[in-house]
Design a protein around this ligand. Structure first.
Ligand code: PAF
Length: 282
């Protein structure tokens, strides 16, 4: 097994990508902010199935954090991340902030539509930061496919919309949420939980699964109200949102519309906002 090489500049990245392209190889990109866990590794394995080469970007993107958020203390573990990618990724692209955003940088990519509401409302500017860095990564790496986790469902819809609207020449693949043995969606921020908080956090999955099962019988507003009560009774909360949305546009739904729908939730627990989502059957 070999450790992936790490490049920190765009010319070095492009040189490697060009050599693969010259051999007719397909390239997958897995964008990350590091502090890798099994969820990220599942994305990288998916990348291996979809392409000949996998580039993992590791960049804690300052533009998607509000000043009040955890940018400074977001977990960083470069050597550990590289070791986890041994035999899985071909290349790690890990630019310094001044490489991604050189002095004078003043571009913003802003995608309306699915950015509105939910995370977009609670974290103003967040999706502009995501769209800006992801579009830069797409241009820098020029992959055939990019793999994103479905855990950040709204982010995935924003990226899909951006690729469609800007005619970016790549396919975006959403990969199912990876959960621990008790159903908690894996996240780098789970590292902030105490043992007690982790036990409480693990109750969310069961509540969402029961809610989704109940939605089949109709009366979505009552089912969502019951879910909020169950969340509080489980010691979770406050609830930032717990809603059914159109699976693509992120518009709220209170009854079936004939289009794919998604139950989305953001629940606060101690230092973490727990994000989770599930498809609504039918
Ligand atoms: O999901 C993430 O880790 C980030 O939002 C992403 C897509 C790497 C952009 O910084």
């Amino acid at each position: 097994m070999t450790l992936p090489d790490v490049v920190a500049t765009v010319p070095a990245l492009r040189e490697r990508v060009a050599s693969w392209r010259g051999r007719g190889e397909r390239i997958a990109l897995v964008p990350t902010m590091g502090a890798l866990h099994e969820g990220h590794l599942a994305l990288v394995r998916r990348g291996r199935r979809e392409a000949d080469r996998v580039v993992v970007s590791i960049f804690v993107n300052p533009k998607q954090f509000a000043p009040s958020e955890d940018f400074a203390k977001y977990p960083r573990a470069a050597e550990r991340d590289r070791a986890l990618l041994e035999g899985l990724a071909d290349l790690v692209f890990s630019p310094a902030p001044e490489v991604m955003y050189p002095a004078g940088f003043c571009a913003t990519v802003s995608i309306a539509g699915p950015s509105a509401g939910f995370e977009g409302a609670l974290r103003p500017g967040h999706f502009d930061g995501v769209a800006t860095v992801v579009s830069k990564l797409f241009i820098q790496v020029a992959p055939d496919v990019a793999i994103f986790g479905e855990k950040d469902w709204q982010q995935l819809q924003v990226v899909r919309r951006m690729v469609r609207d800007l005619d970016l020449p790549l396919a975006v693949i959403g990969h199912p949420i990876v959960r621990d043995e008790q159903g908690l969606a894996l996240s780098s921020r789970n590292a902030y939980f105490s043992e007690e908080q982790l036990a409480v956090a693990r109750r969310l999955n069961g509540i969402l699964r029961e809610t989704v099962a109940g939605l089949g019988a109709g009366d979505w507003p009552a089912k969502l109200a019951a879910a909020r009560q169950a969340v509080a009774a489980a010691g979770l909360g406050p609830v930032d949102y717990l809603a059914v949305v159109d699976g693509e546009t992120m518009e709220p739904r209170d009854e079936p519309s004939g289009r794919p729908a998604r139950l989305v939730a953001a629940i606060r627990l101690g230092p973490v906002r727990l994000l989770d989502n599930m498809p609504v059957p039918g």
